[in-house]
Design a protein around this ligand. Structure first.
Ligand code: TEU
Ligand code: CA
Length: 592
């Protein structure tokens, strides 16, 4: 009763423009660079491009701080370059239309970042100019609090996502403004209908230009709890406290998104995904997705990729917790089965620009296992139900940069602010400068957002062929051997595997739409499941260990129904050669 649709079948490729390809030698990836790689993407099997922000921005948070929604940052190009890219993208869709997609398949999706703007956006400059500015109420301003001794304090104790208070004091008007992220990212006041109208208008600007959909940044944070009360004190020695329950999925969030749907989304054939951090509750997330709600197509939920985060400590995103396969499986399985009869739809991803590389976190990036491990994760993804996302470089099995690289190779404010906050706290507690930060550096090496943001390694020329100049961020050390050109020439490469895997998914709807059954919930070595759809069944067996394992097929699977032509697919570290560990066949013997 919930039909197959083009946006469910689509393979969506996320581009982080600054690190994709630099066309003019200034060390910064750009729109023309993307346009020059469209054949590479189409060959991989990509249908839709999602561009991380390319709007005008001071790049304090790498473009997630926008100062003009209706323009391209000059470092990335011009609006005309965007139009050319769009033409190139749509053009290739037409050519390959009969192979993959219906003729109306949209291709470019923009990142809509409207919980906050840059503090350099004219709306904010206007809002800040005086208390009587007509745009004062477009942002969230509050007077200071004073203690008994007359000292000035922020209006509440909320801690910002990137550390410190969510409040920034403005001398001129003697008020604070709220920013959940950096002080350079003031939050818009969505309670003001003019703000909402301005957002609908800027969406229309890009839709009119040909944009085919939106990824909506932190869309579950747009409504804050009434009165902005203090958060409970969970870490007494800290000045500011985790307040995510006060700003995530707030009282009017769904009302606003339904209004967006009514006024904008429902007027066009768009593909939409909401980014919904700080929320693991499936019921809560389903409200954004269930078709009867008329909100969004799907959300990015982070329960699976948060698996290796500490369970107890709040807001320690860059600490690594060892995990068990049974935990991974439990989360994946639960989401695969969740409210399918009501039309809930998953977004399948394990990487994006906020995550470290999956082969380094969920696989094994040692020389011996890196390639098979990356293929195992690819096979996992293409055999999970939902819309498939691939993050740039994931198709090459790119890995985290090494522990030897110093702190100065980290460019992300989230990494640096986290490091410096912990450093200051430890120095305060120890009463000396020299404190041990080994664990924090280990955590960053495993989990920092920086790892997914390194330039793409295109070939073995200097800087991996990403730029002829000096790259904005260092290229990973392995580029001379590990790069796209080498992998394109090698049928056994991770890139070649991804191409075949994505085609497999395209050809077999069972992998997108099939019902999911976990075959061995307690197994810590093998993740085995079946998918079933109409008269077809598929079996997937993934060996997550670095050893040989034996998996016995449950008797119940035999003879009960007709199998798809790929009855068995399995990735086994010990039996790689011929077809990279993926077997397509029909005999149980292959599993023994
Ligand atoms: O991210 C939302 C977010 O809060 C997390 O994914 C965040 O990156 C993580 O908790 C840090 O540890 C979105 C964007 O994807 C991210 O790049 C932006 O920095 C953020 O919003 C602010 O716009
Ligand atoms: Ca450039």
């Amino acid at each position: 009763n919930y039909p197959e649709t083009w946006w469910k079948d689509a393979v969506i490729y996320q581009i982080y423009p600054i690190s994709f390809f630099d066309s003019n030698g200034d060390g910064i990836g750009d729109l023309n660079g993307i346009a020059s790689k469209l054949d590479y993407l189409r060959d991989l099997g990509v249908d839709v491009l999602w561009l991380s922000p390319i709007y005008k921005s001071p790049l304090a948070d790498m473009g997630y701080d926008i100062s003009d929604y209706r323009n391209v940052d000059p470092r990335y190009g011009t609006l005309e370059d965007w139009d050319n890219l769009l033409a190139g993208v749509h053009g290739r869709g037409m050519e390959l239309m009969s192979v993959f997609v219906p003729s109306d398949l949209p291709f470019i999706r923009m990142d809509l970042v409207v919980n906050h703007t840059s503090d350099e956006h004219e709306w904010f400059l206007d809002s800040k100019s005086s208390k009587s500015s007509p745009k004062r109420d477009w942002y969230i301003w509050r007077p200071p609090r004073y203690d008994a001794a007359g000292n000035r304090h922020p209006p509440n104790n909320w801690k910002a996502v990137f550390q410190g208070s969510v409040w920034e004091y403005d001398n001129a008007t003697d008020e604070y403004y709220l920013h959940l992220y950096l002080s350079k990212q003031p939050d818009l006041n969505w309670e003001n209908p003019e703000v909402r109208q301005a957002v609908w208008d800027l969406m229309g600007f890009w839709i009119d230009r040909g944009c085919d959909g939106f990824r909506m940044d932190v869309i579950n944070l747009i409504s804050k709890v009434d009165g902005l009360p203090d958060a409970p004190v969970t870490i007494p020695e800290d000045e500011y406290q985790d307040a995510s329950p006060f700003f995530a999925n707030g009282p009017r969030a769904h009302e606003y998104i339904q209004e967006m749907n009514r006024k904008v989304l429902s007027q066009h054939d768009l593909i939409t995904v909401g980014e919904t951090p700080f929320t693991h509750s499936a019921d809560q997330l389903s409200r954004y997705v269930l078709p009867e709600r008329k909100e969004l197509n799907m959300v990015f939920q982070f329960e699976l990729v948060d698996l290796d985060s500490p369970r107890t400590e709040q807001r320690a995103p860059f600490i690594h917790r060892p995990w068990k396969l049974s935990e991974f499986r439990e989360i994946a399985t639960r989401w695969q089965k969740f409210k399918r009869d009501e039309g809930f739809w998953n977004a399948v991803f394990i990487e994006n620009h906020d995550q470290a590389r999956s082969v380094s976190r969920f696989g094994n990036d040692s020389e011996e296992w890196r390639a098979v491990s990356a293929k195992l994760l690819a096979l996992l993804e293409v055999t999970l139900g939902g819309t498939q996302y691939v993050f740039q470089g994931e198709e090459l099995g790119l890995k985290n940069f090494p522990r030897e690289w110093g702190l100065d190779e980290y460019k992300d404010v989230a990494s640096l602010n986290w490091y410096h906050e912990v450093l200051a706290k430890r120095q305060r507690e120890a009463g000396k400068e020299d404190v041990d930060m080994t664990d924090i550096l280990d955590g960053l090496q495993k989990k920092a957002r920086d790892h997914g943001r390194l330039p793409i390694q295109w070939d073995s020329s200097p800087h991996g062929g990403f730029t002829t100049g000096t790259p904005w961020m260092r290229v990973n050390d392995d580029y001379p051997v590990w790069n796209a050109a080498a992998q394109l020439d090698d049928a056994a490469s991770v890139r070649s595997f991804w191409k075949r895997a994505l085609r497999l998914r395209k050809e077999h709807k069972i992998l997108i739409y099939g019902d999911f059954t976990d075959l061995a919930p307690q197994n810590e070595e093998v993740f085995a499941y079946t998918r079933s759809y109409r008269e077809h069944r598929a079996l997937v067996v993934l060996n997550f260990t670095a050893g040989k394992v034996t998996f016995t097929l449950p008797d119940s699977l035999e003879g009960s129904c007709e199998w798809s032509k790929f009855k068995f697919m399995f990735a086994n570290y010990q039996q790689v050669p011929a077809d990279d560990g993926v077997r397509v066949g029909s005999g149980t013997s292959e599993l023994a």
